[in-house]
Design a binder for this molecule. Structure first.
Ligand code: ADP
Ligand code: ASP
Ligand code: MG
Length: 485
């Protein structure tokens, strides 16, 4: 019988330099003693930002962006390869592959600079270069360790729609291609090393799955291969009760449900791309979040089942990566199709709506979209509502980027009374003004919009009010902090 498959993904910091790439390969090699392993790798940390910045400059007509990009990518990757590959011939081969990929990205930038334009399609072709580089490097390191590491470009495995910058996978064709390409290597005892983040349309045009999308790549491949588990190796101990960059006493959760992790990711917990759990929920494939810097720790297990927590709330999350769009005016009253027109304009802009609220006086509709979608959405709304604005039925369409969403999340919040009360009294005590509130009928989260300057204060206060922080006991075990009333 064939061995169970584990798909393991390494994020940017987990492949951030030669030492980290070697540790990642060592984890894969060790696991491959017991299971078939598929490695998914992100770009080295900072590389995707560098690529996007260069592409943007090139699109604005800066002809030097391509050269600067090529130099900085070469420096970073050559340095790592020099430390990783000792055999001169193998190192030369790898360097030449790497240089070809870097030159291709630089050429795309030259093209953009000449045209003075950066299309979403060109941006995707450039932005995925970092993953293409690390996949080849990690596969070479595995071979150096005596394993059969084979690099794969996910644009040959994952088939998506044509929404550049945030493409969605097509499960059927992805499964067919992935099985055909990876099964022979796995059956041979090899370790495929696949690029995270990138994919391609059915016509083979490169796409990306959105920022942070390598997590999603791992679960898409996990589902396609019927993997027994997916492990996301990152730079924190697991899913925490809050972003540790905001709340230093945030505690690691041993287990969270797919629903809880999905809600946290949706409301900004960067540890998971928001779509990560979609491919694996139906097949009940467990996902682990683990720290590649501390591989002895078990991390967080994400499955269907959850351990109940007495306080109902398990974690607090927040994001400034949103914009509020408010449409107001007397014209909204009694215009039956206004909401439909607003949301069909939003849909045509492929905007991701994070929160919707309509005031009870019915003269304003306000909703929150991902910051990256704000300009497109505003334009689509202005086009769709041109007549209404012109005839003064609508007073304004306003975009406010100075906002943040904060959410408390927990599956056991369902039916636990008093949570909303505690949330609002806590924020009241801190004098944090709530702009809008939403509670899904699922009751797995309460989310609200605040001014972005109040976000961190709100997260800290709620984390403390629900007693989510860790306290070390003298024997070194963790206990949950006291709830403040
Ligand atoms: P990777 O490069 O491995 O994909 P990311 O930077 O994308 O890593 O995600 C990990 C980061 O997510 C952590 O360093 C942490 O700062 C942030 N984060 C935000 N919220 C949470 C949370 N609730 N639990 C864990 N990490 C979180
Ligand atoms: N490298 C990509 C990014 O920085 C994808 C990822 O890291 O998951 O967004
Ligand atoms: Mg990430």
């Amino acid at each position: 019988m064939s061995r169970p498959i584990q798909v393991m993904k390494f994020g940017g910091t987990s492949v951030g330099d030669a030492t980290r790439i070697r540790s990642a390969a060592a984890i894969a090699a060790e696991t491959s003693k017991e299971r078939a392993v598929v490695m998914v790798v992100s770009a080295m940390s900072g590389v995707t930002n560098t690529l996007i910045a260069a592409a943007t400059k090139a699109g604005a007509g800066d002809e030097s962006a391509a050269e600067t990009l090529a130099r900085s990518l070469q420096e970073k990757h050559h340095e790592a390869i020099g430390k990783l590959i000792s055999d001169i011939e193998k190192r030369r081969e790898l360097l030449s592959e790497i240089d070809t990929l870097i030159e291709r990205a630089a050429n795309y930038c030259r093209g953009c600079a000449m045209l003075g334009e950066l299309s979403p399609r060109a941006l995707d072709a450039i932005a995925g270069t970092g993953e293409r580089l690390t996949a080849r490097m990690a596969a070479a390191v595995l071979r150096e360790m005596g394993h059969h590491g084979v690099a794969f470009d996910a644009s040959e495995l994952i088939v998506t729609d044509e929404v550049h910058g945030g493409a969605r996978p097509l499960a059927g064709p992805t499964r067919t291609k992935t099985l055909a390409a990876l099964s022979p290597v796995l059956q041979d005892g090899g370790i495929p090393v696949v690029t995270g983040y990138v994919a391609a349309t059915a016509k083979g045009i490169p796409t990306t799955l959105g920022r942070g999308g390598s997590d999603y790549s791992a679960t898409i491949l996990g589902a396609a291969l019927d993997a027994s588990e997916v492990v996301i190796w990152t730079d924190v101990n697991g899913v925490l009760t809050a972003d540790p960059r905001m709340v230093s006493e945030a505690a690691t959760l041993d287990e969270v449900s797919y629903i809880e992790a999905g809600e946290l990711a949706f409301f900004g917990a960067k540890v998971l791309h928001p779509m990560t759990l979609r491919p694996v929920v139906e097949r009940a494939i467990p996902v682990w979040i683990r720290n590649s810097f501390e591989p002895r720790l078990a991390g967080t297990k994400i499955t269907h089942t959850v351990q109940p927590t007495p306080q109902g709330v398990k974690a607090v999350t927040a994001t400034r990566d949103v914009a509020m769009i408010a449409i107001a005016g007397p014209g909204i009253i009694g215009v039956p199709d206004i909401a439909a027109r607003i949301f069909s304009a939003t849909a045509s802009a492929h905007a991701n709506i994070v929160m919707i609220s309509q005031s009870s006086s019915q003269d304003s509709i306000c909703f929150v979209v991902q910051a990256a979608d704000a300009v497109r959405t505003e334009q689509a709304l202005r086009n769709a509502l041109y007549e209404d604005v012109h005839q003064h039925d609508l007073e304004h369409i306003k975009v406010n980027r100075d906002v943040a969403i904060v959410a408390v999340v927990g599956e056991n919040m369902v039916g636990t009374p008093g949570i909303a009360g505690r949330v609002f009294s806590t924020l009241g005590k801190e004098s944090i003004n709530i702009i809008a509130i939403a509670q899904g009928s699922s009751e797995y989260n309460i989310s609200f919009l605040v001014e972005s300057s109040g976000m961190e204060k709100a997260v800290k206060a709620l984390h403390q009010a629900f007693g989510l922080g860790k306290r070390e006991k003298s024997d070194g075990t963790r206990t949950v902090a006291q709830v403040t009333t």
